[in-house]
Design a protein around this ligand. Structure first.
Ligand SMILES: Cc1cc2nc3c(=O)[nH]c(=O)nc-3n(C[C@H](O)[C@H](O)[C@H](O)COP(=O)(O)O)c2cc1C
Length: 457
Protein backbone atom coordinates (compact mmCIF):
# COMPACT_ATOMS: atom_id res chain seq x y z
CA UNK A 1 0.00 0.00 0.00
CA UNK A 2 1.39 3.41 -0.99
CA UNK A 3 2.35 5.82 1.74
CA UNK A 4 -0.61 8.20 2.21
CA UNK A 5 -0.45 11.88 1.23
CA UNK A 6 1.13 13.81 4.07
CA UNK A 7 -1.64 15.78 5.72
CA UNK A 8 -2.90 16.24 9.24
CA UNK A 9 -6.47 15.51 10.31
CA UNK A 10 -8.32 16.80 13.35
CA UNK A 11 -10.93 15.32 15.63
CA UNK A 12 -12.47 17.10 18.59
CA UNK A 13 -12.69 15.27 21.91
CA UNK A 14 -15.55 16.73 23.94
CA UNK A 15 -14.43 15.54 27.33
CA UNK A 16 -17.48 16.06 29.52
CA UNK A 17 -16.32 14.88 32.94
CA UNK A 18 -12.88 16.28 33.59
CA UNK A 19 -11.03 19.18 35.08
CA UNK A 20 -8.95 20.10 32.03
CA UNK A 21 -11.86 22.00 30.52
CA UNK A 22 -12.18 25.27 32.38
CA UNK A 23 -15.85 25.49 33.28
CA UNK A 24 -15.90 28.55 35.49
CA UNK A 25 -14.82 31.25 33.03
CA UNK A 26 -17.37 33.81 31.84
CA UNK A 27 -17.11 32.37 28.29
CA UNK A 28 -17.67 28.79 29.49
CA UNK A 29 -20.96 27.16 28.56
CA UNK A 30 -22.69 24.14 29.99
CA UNK A 31 -21.08 20.70 29.77
CA UNK A 32 -24.47 19.02 29.40
CA UNK A 33 -26.72 21.38 27.38
CA UNK A 34 -27.32 20.21 23.85
CA UNK A 35 -26.38 23.68 22.59
CA UNK A 36 -22.74 23.17 23.66
CA UNK A 37 -22.45 19.93 21.71
CA UNK A 38 -24.23 21.35 18.67
CA UNK A 39 -21.94 24.36 18.53
CA UNK A 40 -18.72 22.37 18.92
CA UNK A 41 -19.79 19.75 16.34
CA UNK A 42 -20.89 22.32 13.77
CA UNK A 43 -17.74 24.40 14.28
CA UNK A 44 -15.61 21.27 13.86
CA UNK A 45 -17.47 20.43 10.67
CA UNK A 46 -16.94 23.97 9.37
CA UNK A 47 -13.23 23.30 10.02
CA UNK A 48 -13.45 20.01 8.06
CA UNK A 49 -12.59 17.93 11.14
CA UNK A 50 -12.71 14.16 10.66
CA UNK A 51 -14.63 13.36 13.83
CA UNK A 52 -16.53 14.59 16.84
CA UNK A 53 -15.43 12.23 19.61
CA UNK A 54 -16.97 11.30 22.97
CA UNK A 55 -15.30 9.35 25.79
CA UNK A 56 -17.22 7.02 28.07
CA UNK A 57 -17.44 6.97 31.85
CA UNK A 58 -20.15 4.62 32.99
CA UNK A 59 -19.89 5.89 36.53
CA UNK A 60 -19.32 9.46 37.60
CA UNK A 61 -15.98 9.86 39.28
CA UNK A 62 -16.09 9.56 43.03
CA UNK A 63 -13.77 10.66 45.72
CA UNK A 64 -13.82 8.89 49.06
CA UNK A 65 -17.37 7.75 48.44
CA UNK A 66 -18.73 11.04 47.11
CA UNK A 67 -19.08 12.42 43.60
CA UNK A 68 -15.74 14.08 42.87
CA UNK A 69 -16.69 17.67 43.57
CA UNK A 70 -13.68 19.11 41.76
CA UNK A 71 -14.76 17.42 38.57
CA UNK A 72 -17.61 18.77 36.58
CA UNK A 73 -20.25 16.08 36.73
CA UNK A 74 -22.79 14.96 34.17
CA UNK A 75 -22.13 13.08 30.96
CA UNK A 76 -24.66 12.04 28.35
CA UNK A 77 -24.98 8.63 26.83
CA UNK A 78 -22.80 8.89 23.72
CA UNK A 79 -25.14 7.11 21.33
CA UNK A 80 -28.13 9.30 22.19
CA UNK A 81 -26.09 12.45 21.91
CA UNK A 82 -24.42 11.47 18.63
CA UNK A 83 -27.81 10.55 17.13
CA UNK A 84 -29.01 14.05 17.98
CA UNK A 85 -25.88 15.54 16.37
CA UNK A 86 -26.32 13.40 13.25
CA UNK A 87 -29.38 15.51 12.46
CA UNK A 88 -27.52 18.84 12.55
CA UNK A 89 -24.31 17.80 10.78
CA UNK A 90 -23.66 16.28 7.34
CA UNK A 91 -20.14 14.94 6.98
CA UNK A 92 -18.22 14.89 10.26
CA UNK A 93 -17.62 11.47 11.89
CA UNK A 94 -19.54 10.66 15.08
CA UNK A 95 -17.28 8.65 17.37
CA UNK A 96 -18.49 6.91 20.54
CA UNK A 97 -16.25 5.32 23.15
CA UNK A 98 -18.04 2.14 24.23
CA UNK A 99 -16.52 -0.40 26.57
CA UNK A 100 -16.13 -3.99 25.45
CA UNK A 101 -16.40 -5.00 29.12
CA UNK A 102 -19.72 -3.47 30.09
CA UNK A 103 -21.75 -3.81 26.89
CA UNK A 104 -23.21 -6.76 25.02
CA UNK A 105 -22.03 -7.40 21.46
CA UNK A 106 -25.47 -7.79 19.85
CA UNK A 107 -26.84 -4.68 21.55
CA UNK A 108 -23.77 -2.59 20.69
CA UNK A 109 -23.78 -3.81 17.06
CA UNK A 110 -27.46 -2.88 16.78
CA UNK A 111 -27.22 0.59 18.38
CA UNK A 112 -24.01 1.64 16.64
CA UNK A 113 -25.22 0.08 13.38
CA UNK A 114 -28.35 2.25 13.66
CA UNK A 115 -26.26 5.38 14.19
CA UNK A 116 -24.12 4.42 11.20
CA UNK A 117 -27.18 3.94 9.04
CA UNK A 118 -29.00 7.08 10.19
CA UNK A 119 -25.88 9.20 9.67
CA UNK A 120 -25.07 7.79 6.21
CA UNK A 121 -21.93 5.95 7.28
CA UNK A 122 -20.47 8.40 9.81
CA UNK A 123 -20.35 6.30 12.99
CA UNK A 124 -17.10 5.29 14.69
CA UNK A 125 -16.48 3.07 17.71
CA UNK A 126 -13.64 3.57 20.19
CA UNK A 127 -13.21 0.00 21.50
CA UNK A 128 -12.01 0.43 25.09
CA UNK A 129 -11.40 -2.30 27.64
CA UNK A 130 -12.28 -0.61 30.93
CA UNK A 131 -12.11 -3.25 33.62
CA UNK A 132 -12.06 -1.51 36.99
CA UNK A 133 -14.21 -2.66 39.89
CA UNK A 134 -15.41 0.84 40.50
CA UNK A 135 -17.20 0.88 37.13
CA UNK A 136 -18.15 -2.80 37.55
CA UNK A 137 -20.12 -1.98 40.67
CA UNK A 138 -22.67 -0.24 38.48
CA UNK A 139 -23.59 -3.46 36.73
CA UNK A 140 -26.04 -6.07 37.88
CA UNK A 141 -23.80 -8.92 36.83
CA UNK A 142 -21.42 -7.59 39.49
CA UNK A 143 -17.70 -7.88 39.73
CA UNK A 144 -15.39 -6.87 36.94
CA UNK A 145 -12.95 -8.40 34.55
CA UNK A 146 -9.47 -9.30 35.73
CA UNK A 147 -6.92 -6.98 34.18
CA UNK A 148 -5.20 -9.96 32.48
CA UNK A 149 -8.47 -10.95 30.78
CA UNK A 150 -9.50 -7.55 29.47
CA UNK A 151 -8.11 -8.03 25.95
CA UNK A 152 -8.96 -11.76 25.73
CA UNK A 153 -12.54 -10.80 26.39
CA UNK A 154 -12.36 -7.77 24.08
CA UNK A 155 -11.05 -10.01 21.29
CA UNK A 156 -14.13 -12.19 21.56
CA UNK A 157 -16.36 -9.12 21.87
CA UNK A 158 -15.13 -7.26 18.78
CA UNK A 159 -15.15 -10.40 16.64
CA UNK A 160 -18.79 -10.95 17.57
CA UNK A 161 -19.68 -7.32 16.76
CA UNK A 162 -17.81 -7.40 13.44
CA UNK A 163 -19.42 -10.72 12.47
CA UNK A 164 -22.87 -9.27 13.21
CA UNK A 165 -22.21 -6.17 11.09
CA UNK A 166 -20.80 -8.30 8.26
CA UNK A 167 -23.84 -10.58 8.38
CA UNK A 168 -26.05 -7.52 7.90
CA UNK A 169 -24.32 -6.37 4.73
CA UNK A 170 -26.26 -8.34 2.13
CA UNK A 171 -28.79 -6.23 0.19
CA UNK A 172 -32.48 -6.94 0.62
CA UNK A 173 -34.39 -7.62 -2.60
CA UNK A 174 -37.15 -5.15 -1.75
CA UNK A 175 -36.92 -3.28 1.55
CA UNK A 176 -40.71 -2.67 1.54
CA UNK A 177 -41.49 -6.35 1.22
CA UNK A 178 -41.92 -8.23 4.50
CA UNK A 179 -41.15 -11.58 2.91
CA UNK A 180 -37.83 -10.23 1.55
CA UNK A 181 -36.93 -9.33 5.17
CA UNK A 182 -38.01 -12.74 6.41
CA UNK A 183 -35.71 -14.32 3.80
CA UNK A 184 -32.59 -12.68 5.18
CA UNK A 185 -33.32 -12.91 8.88
CA UNK A 186 -31.49 -16.16 9.70
CA UNK A 187 -29.94 -15.74 13.13
CA UNK A 188 -26.17 -15.67 13.33
CA UNK A 189 -24.91 -18.11 15.96
CA UNK A 190 -21.89 -16.99 17.97
CA UNK A 191 -20.29 -19.36 20.44
CA UNK A 192 -16.98 -19.05 22.19
CA UNK A 193 -15.47 -18.85 25.64
CA UNK A 194 -17.50 -15.75 26.51
CA UNK A 195 -20.59 -15.75 24.31
CA UNK A 196 -23.28 -18.15 23.27
CA UNK A 197 -25.77 -16.03 21.38
CA UNK A 198 -28.03 -16.04 18.35
CA UNK A 199 -28.49 -12.72 16.64
CA UNK A 200 -31.15 -12.17 13.97
CA UNK A 201 -30.70 -9.48 11.38
CA UNK A 202 -32.21 -6.17 12.46
CA UNK A 203 -31.01 -3.61 9.90
CA UNK A 204 -30.55 -3.08 6.18
CA UNK A 205 -26.94 -2.84 4.92
CA UNK A 206 -24.88 0.00 6.28
CA UNK A 207 -23.18 2.38 3.83
CA UNK A 208 -19.48 1.68 3.61
CA UNK A 209 -19.80 -1.47 5.73
CA UNK A 210 -18.60 -1.53 9.33
CA UNK A 211 -18.17 1.70 11.26
CA UNK A 212 -14.60 3.02 11.59
CA UNK A 213 -12.93 1.68 14.75
CA UNK A 214 -10.69 3.45 17.23
CA UNK A 215 -8.65 1.87 20.03
CA UNK A 216 -7.41 3.55 23.23
CA UNK A 217 -5.22 1.59 25.65
CA UNK A 218 -1.47 1.81 25.86
CA UNK A 219 -0.19 -1.58 27.01
CA UNK A 220 1.59 -3.96 24.61
CA UNK A 221 -1.60 -6.08 24.51
CA UNK A 222 -3.60 -2.95 23.74
CA UNK A 223 -1.31 -2.04 20.83
CA UNK A 224 -1.46 -5.59 19.42
CA UNK A 225 -5.24 -5.51 19.74
CA UNK A 226 -5.26 -2.24 17.76
CA UNK A 227 -3.06 -3.75 15.05
CA UNK A 228 -5.52 -6.63 14.70
CA UNK A 229 -8.76 -4.67 14.79
CA UNK A 230 -8.61 -0.88 14.77
CA UNK A 231 -8.44 1.75 12.03
CA UNK A 232 -7.24 4.55 14.29
CA UNK A 233 -5.45 4.69 17.67
CA UNK A 234 -6.42 7.46 20.06
CA UNK A 235 -3.15 7.68 21.96
CA UNK A 236 -1.81 9.66 24.86
CA UNK A 237 1.49 10.47 23.07
CA UNK A 238 1.18 14.00 21.67
CA UNK A 239 4.74 15.34 22.06
CA UNK A 240 6.56 14.98 18.72
CA UNK A 241 9.44 12.67 19.75
CA UNK A 242 7.13 10.50 21.79
CA UNK A 243 4.47 10.56 19.05
CA UNK A 244 7.05 9.43 16.49
CA UNK A 245 8.32 6.63 18.73
CA UNK A 246 4.73 5.51 19.27
CA UNK A 247 3.93 5.63 15.53
CA UNK A 248 7.13 3.69 14.73
CA UNK A 249 6.22 1.07 17.30
CA UNK A 250 2.78 0.70 15.72
CA UNK A 251 4.28 0.54 12.21
CA UNK A 252 6.72 -2.20 13.34
CA UNK A 253 3.91 -4.16 15.00
CA UNK A 254 1.81 -3.74 11.83
CA UNK A 255 4.64 -5.05 9.62
CA UNK A 256 5.15 -8.02 11.93
CA UNK A 257 1.44 -8.80 11.73
CA UNK A 258 1.46 -8.54 7.92
CA UNK A 259 -0.55 -5.31 7.89
CA UNK A 260 0.52 -2.41 5.62
CA UNK A 261 2.42 -0.06 7.88
CA UNK A 262 0.37 3.08 7.20
CA UNK A 263 -2.98 1.35 7.43
CA UNK A 264 -3.45 1.96 11.15
CA UNK A 265 -3.58 5.69 11.92
CA UNK A 266 -2.36 7.38 15.09
CA UNK A 267 -4.34 10.25 16.59
CA UNK A 268 -2.99 11.45 19.94
CA UNK A 269 -4.99 13.78 22.13
CA UNK A 270 -3.59 17.31 21.77
CA UNK A 271 -4.31 20.69 23.31
CA UNK A 272 -3.79 24.05 21.63
CA UNK A 273 -3.39 27.53 23.02
CA UNK A 274 -3.34 30.23 20.35
CA UNK A 275 -2.78 33.99 20.62
CA UNK A 276 -1.55 36.88 18.48
CA UNK A 277 2.02 36.77 19.82
CA UNK A 278 4.19 34.06 21.36
CA UNK A 279 4.44 35.97 24.63
CA UNK A 280 0.66 36.31 24.85
CA UNK A 281 0.22 32.61 24.11
CA UNK A 282 2.65 31.66 26.91
CA UNK A 283 0.88 33.96 29.33
CA UNK A 284 -2.50 32.54 28.32
CA UNK A 285 -1.15 28.98 28.75
CA UNK A 286 0.03 29.75 32.28
CA UNK A 287 -3.34 31.22 33.18
CA UNK A 288 -5.23 28.26 31.71
CA UNK A 289 -3.02 25.74 33.56
CA UNK A 290 -3.56 27.49 36.87
CA UNK A 291 -7.31 27.46 36.27
CA UNK A 292 -7.26 23.77 35.40
CA UNK A 293 -5.11 22.52 38.25
CA UNK A 294 -5.90 24.52 41.38
CA UNK A 295 -3.91 23.59 44.54
CA UNK A 296 -6.93 21.61 45.77
CA UNK A 297 -7.40 19.80 42.45
CA UNK A 298 -3.73 18.81 42.46
CA UNK A 299 -3.99 17.04 45.83
CA UNK A 300 -7.31 15.39 44.94
CA UNK A 301 -5.90 14.21 41.63
CA UNK A 302 -3.19 12.24 43.41
CA UNK A 303 -5.60 11.00 46.10
CA UNK A 304 -7.68 9.46 43.33
CA UNK A 305 -4.77 7.16 42.46
CA UNK A 306 -3.35 6.81 45.97
CA UNK A 307 -6.68 5.81 47.59
CA UNK A 308 -5.75 7.74 50.73
CA UNK A 309 -6.08 11.20 52.21
CA UNK A 310 -3.13 13.38 51.14
CA UNK A 311 -4.51 16.65 52.52
CA UNK A 312 -1.54 16.97 54.88
CA UNK A 313 0.70 17.55 51.85
CA UNK A 314 1.36 21.08 50.64
CA UNK A 315 0.47 21.39 46.94
CA UNK A 316 3.40 23.77 46.55
CA UNK A 317 5.75 21.42 48.40
CA UNK A 318 7.52 18.22 47.35
CA UNK A 319 5.80 15.18 45.81
CA UNK A 320 4.24 12.98 48.56
CA UNK A 321 6.51 10.35 50.10
CA UNK A 322 3.51 8.21 51.16
CA UNK A 323 2.70 5.18 49.01
CA UNK A 324 -0.74 4.34 47.61
CA UNK A 325 -3.00 2.09 49.66
CA UNK A 326 -2.72 -1.52 48.57
CA UNK A 327 -6.24 -2.88 48.39
CA UNK A 328 -8.74 -3.90 45.79
CA UNK A 329 -10.14 -0.80 44.18
CA UNK A 330 -13.45 0.24 45.66
CA UNK A 331 -15.79 3.10 45.02
CA UNK A 332 -13.63 5.35 47.19
CA UNK A 333 -10.84 5.00 44.72
CA UNK A 334 -12.22 6.82 41.71
CA UNK A 335 -10.91 5.82 38.34
CA UNK A 336 -7.36 5.33 39.56
CA UNK A 337 -5.29 2.26 39.07
CA UNK A 338 -5.30 -0.84 41.23
CA UNK A 339 -3.00 -2.84 43.45
CA UNK A 340 0.57 -3.16 42.21
CA UNK A 341 -0.14 -0.79 39.33
CA UNK A 342 -0.68 2.06 41.80
CA UNK A 343 2.63 1.29 43.50
CA UNK A 344 4.44 1.26 40.18
CA UNK A 345 2.75 4.47 39.18
CA UNK A 346 3.76 6.18 42.43
CA UNK A 347 7.40 5.20 41.87
CA UNK A 348 7.42 6.42 38.28
CA UNK A 349 5.71 9.69 39.11
CA UNK A 350 7.96 10.36 42.10
CA UNK A 351 11.01 9.82 39.89
CA UNK A 352 9.68 12.30 37.30
CA UNK A 353 8.90 14.89 40.00
CA UNK A 354 12.39 14.50 41.46
CA UNK A 355 14.18 14.58 38.12
CA UNK A 356 12.31 17.66 36.94
CA UNK A 357 12.29 19.27 40.38
CA UNK A 358 8.51 19.69 40.37
CA UNK A 359 6.25 20.49 43.31
CA UNK A 360 3.17 18.34 43.84
CA UNK A 361 0.99 20.80 41.87
CA UNK A 362 3.59 21.34 39.15
CA UNK A 363 3.78 17.59 38.73
CA UNK A 364 -0.01 17.31 38.30
CA UNK A 365 0.06 20.14 35.75
CA UNK A 366 2.83 18.25 33.93
CA UNK A 367 1.10 14.86 34.20
CA UNK A 368 -2.30 16.01 33.03
CA UNK A 369 -0.76 17.14 29.78
CA UNK A 370 -0.95 20.86 30.31
CA UNK A 371 2.58 21.51 31.54
CA UNK A 372 4.94 24.08 30.11
CA UNK A 373 6.26 22.77 26.83
CA UNK A 374 3.29 20.40 26.48
CA UNK A 375 0.46 21.10 24.10
CA UNK A 376 0.92 23.32 21.07
CA UNK A 377 1.20 26.90 22.26
CA UNK A 378 1.88 29.88 20.01
CA UNK A 379 0.49 31.95 17.15
CA UNK A 380 -1.48 30.28 14.35
CA UNK A 381 1.67 30.63 12.17
CA UNK A 382 4.11 29.17 14.71
CA UNK A 383 1.75 26.30 15.61
CA UNK A 384 1.17 25.55 11.91
CA UNK A 385 4.97 25.37 11.54
CA UNK A 386 5.15 22.90 14.43
CA UNK A 387 2.38 20.78 12.92
CA UNK A 388 4.25 20.79 9.59
CA UNK A 389 7.09 19.06 11.47
CA UNK A 390 4.76 16.32 12.71
CA UNK A 391 3.52 15.84 9.14
CA UNK A 392 7.01 15.91 7.63
CA UNK A 393 8.30 13.30 10.09
CA UNK A 394 5.07 11.31 9.89
CA UNK A 395 4.79 11.35 13.67
CA UNK A 396 0.97 11.36 13.65
CA UNK A 397 -1.92 11.08 11.23
CA UNK A 398 -4.04 13.47 13.22
CA UNK A 399 -4.79 15.06 16.57
CA UNK A 400 -7.86 14.50 18.71
CA UNK A 401 -8.13 18.05 20.02
CA UNK A 402 -9.18 18.46 23.65
CA UNK A 403 -10.43 22.04 24.00
CA UNK A 404 -9.81 23.72 27.35
CA UNK A 405 -12.85 25.91 26.81
CA UNK A 406 -16.35 24.79 25.77
CA UNK A 407 -18.15 25.62 23.56
CA UNK A 408 -15.81 28.25 22.03
CA UNK A 409 -12.50 26.36 22.43
CA UNK A 410 -12.04 25.34 18.82
CA UNK A 411 -13.19 28.61 17.23
CA UNK A 412 -9.66 30.00 16.89
CA UNK A 413 -8.37 26.65 15.63
CA UNK A 414 -10.98 26.57 12.87
CA UNK A 415 -10.82 30.28 12.03
CA UNK A 416 -7.06 30.91 12.26
CA UNK A 417 -5.06 27.67 12.36
CA UNK A 418 -6.87 25.59 9.73
CA UNK A 419 -6.34 28.23 6.97
CA UNK A 420 -2.60 28.35 7.85
CA UNK A 421 -2.42 24.58 7.47
CA UNK A 422 -4.38 24.70 4.23
CA UNK A 423 -1.99 27.33 2.86
CA UNK A 424 0.85 24.88 3.52
CA UNK A 425 -1.08 22.09 1.72
CA UNK A 426 -1.16 19.93 4.84
CA UNK A 427 -4.87 20.10 5.63
CA UNK A 428 -7.87 19.11 3.51
CA UNK A 429 -9.85 21.81 1.71
CA UNK A 430 -12.96 19.63 1.32
CA UNK A 431 -14.22 16.36 2.76
CA UNK A 432 -13.18 13.32 0.74
CA UNK A 433 -15.51 10.57 -0.55
CA UNK A 434 -18.85 9.53 0.82
CA UNK A 435 -18.40 7.92 4.24
CA UNK A 436 -16.24 8.32 7.31
CA UNK A 437 -13.98 5.54 6.06
CA UNK A 438 -13.21 7.75 3.02
CA UNK A 439 -12.63 10.79 5.24
CA UNK A 440 -10.04 8.88 7.27
CA UNK A 441 -8.51 7.57 4.03
CA UNK A 442 -9.00 3.92 4.96
CA UNK A 443 -9.22 1.72 1.87
CA UNK A 444 -12.08 -0.78 1.64
CA UNK A 445 -9.48 -3.57 1.38
CA UNK A 446 -7.80 -2.64 4.69
CA UNK A 447 -7.07 -5.89 6.56
CA UNK A 448 -8.95 -4.39 9.51
CA UNK A 449 -12.14 -4.91 7.50
CA UNK A 450 -11.36 -8.54 6.65
CA UNK A 451 -14.26 -10.85 7.53
CA UNK A 452 -13.94 -12.62 10.87
CA UNK A 453 -12.48 -16.03 9.91
CA UNK A 454 -14.91 -18.94 9.94
CA UNK A 455 -14.24 -21.31 12.81
CA UNK A 456 -13.78 -18.54 15.35
CA UNK A 457 -17.51 -18.17 15.74
C1 LIG B 1 -6.07 8.19 25.29
C2 LIG B 1 -6.95 7.20 26.04
C3 LIG B 1 -8.31 7.48 26.17
C4 LIG B 1 -9.14 6.58 26.86
N1 LIG B 1 -10.47 6.86 26.99
C5 LIG B 1 -11.27 6.02 27.68
C6 LIG B 1 -12.66 6.31 27.88
O1 LIG B 1 -13.18 7.35 27.44
N2 LIG B 1 -13.40 5.44 28.58
C7 LIG B 1 -12.87 4.29 29.10
O2 LIG B 1 -13.61 3.54 29.73
N3 LIG B 1 -11.55 3.99 28.94
C8 LIG B 1 -10.77 4.82 28.25
N4 LIG B 1 -9.43 4.51 28.10
C9 LIG B 1 -8.90 3.33 28.82
C10 LIG B 1 -8.57 2.14 27.95
O3 LIG B 1 -9.66 1.68 27.27
C11 LIG B 1 -8.07 0.94 28.72
O4 LIG B 1 -9.11 0.42 29.50
C12 LIG B 1 -6.95 1.21 29.65
O5 LIG B 1 -6.04 2.08 29.04
C13 LIG B 1 -6.31 -0.11 30.04
O6 LIG B 1 -5.76 -0.71 28.93
P1 LIG B 1 -4.20 -0.70 28.71
O7 LIG B 1 -3.67 -1.49 29.84
O8 LIG B 1 -3.98 -1.31 27.36
O9 LIG B 1 -3.76 0.74 28.74
C14 LIG B 1 -8.58 5.40 27.42
C15 LIG B 1 -7.22 5.14 27.26
C16 LIG B 1 -6.40 6.01 26.58
C17 LIG B 1 -4.94 5.69 26.42
Amino acid sequence: MAEPARQIQFGVFFQGVNFSTVWHWPESGSQTDYESFRRVAQTAERGLFSAFFLGEGLRLREHFGKIHDLDVVGRHDAMTLLAALAGVTDRIGLAATLSCTFNDPADLAYRLGSLHLLSDGRAAWNMVTTHNAWTGENFRRGGYLDAEDRYTHAESFVKAVFAIWDAWQGEIADRRDATAWADIQHPLAIQDEYYDIEVPRLLPPVPGGRPVTFQAGDSAEGREFAVRHANVIFSAHPEITDALAFAEDIRARSRAAGRPEHDLKTFPGQSFILADTLAEAQEKARYVQESQVTPETAVKYLENFWGRDLSEYDPDGPFPDADPVVQVTGSTRGSGFQLAKSQELAKTWRAIATEKNLTLREFVIHQTGQGIGRGLIGTPVSVADEIAQYVERHAVDGFNITPWLVPGGIDDIVNDLVPELQNRGIYRTAYEGETLRDIFGIPADSPSFAPVPAGIL
